[in-house]
Design a protein around this ligand. Structure first.
Ligand SMILES: NC(=O)c1ccc[n+]([C@@H]2O[C@H](COP(=O)([O-])OP(=O)(O)OC[C@H]3O[C@@H](n4cnc5c(N)ncnc54)[C@H](O)[C@@H]3O)[C@@H](O)[C@H]2O)c1
Length: 300
């Protein structure tokens, strides 16, 4: 989407951290933004920060609630008259030990991180399809590209966002809609307090106080500034990038990981006609979809 000025974006989890960085970067390019968030206090901070500018509005929404998401989509159209960009960014994390993990740990993280993305797509895709134009960005994580220990629920949610987005990117390009995924590393945000955002139905857990981070607790204020991640997202929308990687420190590990996957591929085999037929048809389909992606990338 080469031209951003005059567009309208809906950003979930837009009232804090990475979402807020994305909101700021979009506003800077002349995009009007509907900031959607679960937390009224975070939304109140946003309203105070931006005063009564006409190019930003807020809406309280829980991304797991399909009715609320549908109403928020309608409210966006009523407020700004259109919606061109959907940013599915709201996310939460928890790292329970395998000895004490509960179904509610799984349900919470998958409902928000994956279910929230699905609900965003279901609420906004009809609007983008009608316009024959638009862009969808979803926030995954480097934990959606690289395996990490003690992070299996979060990783499941973020790998899933990658899978659904990679396929949607190939599916939607010829309908004029770009699809990107953001894979950030450590970024300044309230992520370690995400336990505060746990809905009552998912309350059963062994780790209410546990941080959702990695094997160490980084010093306060560590991480990339959210605005820098927001700028990477804006560039990713403009250039129709499938993969938006904001952090450079993972390059070698990514190479090692994909080498490991390649090394697991078996040596050449006898392949029956049916297998070959399916495979060549799939390759043709992907090549055609890639052409549509390239055409969309060049479109004004
Ligand atoms: N901060 C990092 O280091 C990091 C790294 C990789 C990926 N991420 C991802 O970035 C995204 C943004 O997280 P962040 O780090 O900015 O955290 P954050 O907690 O600062 O922001 C998340 C926002 O989402 C909102 N939210 C939480 N649950 C919600 C729900 N059910 N419905 C609507 N809004 C909800 C919160 O109120 C908050 O304002 C998440 O998807 C997270 O998984 C963060």
């Amino acid at each position: 989407m080469r031209q951003l000025s005059g567009r309208v974006a809906f950003v979930t989890g837009g009232a804090s951290g990475i979402g807020l960085g994305i909101v700021e970067a979009l506003l800077e390019r002349g995009v009007k933004v509907m900031v959607a968030d679960l937390r009224e206090d975070h939304l109140a901070d946003v309203r105070q920060r931006f005063g009564n500018r006409a190019d930003i509005a807020t809406v309280a929404v829980d991304v797991i609630d399909r009715t609320q998401m549908a109403s928020a989509a309608q409210y966006t159209l009523e407020t700004f008259g259109r919606c061109d960009i959907l940013v599915n960014n709201a996310g939460v994390g928890v790292n329970p030990s395998v000895d004490a993990v509960t179904f509610e740990d799984w349900d919470w993280v998958l409902s928000v991180n994956l279910g929230g993305v699905i609900n965003g797509i279901m609420a906004f895709l009809p609007i983008l399809l009608r316009a024959g134009n638009g862009h969808i960005v979803s926030t995954a994580s480097m934990a959606g590209l690289l395996p990490t220990a003690e992070n299996y629920i979060y990783a499941a949610s973020k790998y899933a966002v990658r899978g659904l987005s990679d396929s949607l990117r190939l599916t939607l390009a010829h309908r004029g809609i770009g699809v990107s995924v953001l894979y950030p590393g450590l970024t300044q945000s309230r992520m370690l307090q995400s336990g505060e955002n746990r809905q009552a139905q998912f309350a059963t857990t062994s780790c209410k106080e546990a941080p959702a981070g990695g094997p160490v607790e980084p010093p306060k204020g560590a991480g990339m500034e959210a605005r820098q991640v927001g700028e990477a997202v804006v560039a990713g929308i403009i250039n129709n990038q499938g993969y938006i990687l904001s952090h450079s420190e993972f390059r070698d590990e990514l190479a090692e990981h994909f080498e490991e996957i390649l090394a697991a591929s078996p040596p050449p085999q006898e392949i029956d006609t049916g297998r070959m037929m399916l495979e060549s048809a799939r390759r043709r389909q992907t090549a055609e979809a890639q052409e549509a992606v390239e055409a969309l990338t060049l479109r004004a």
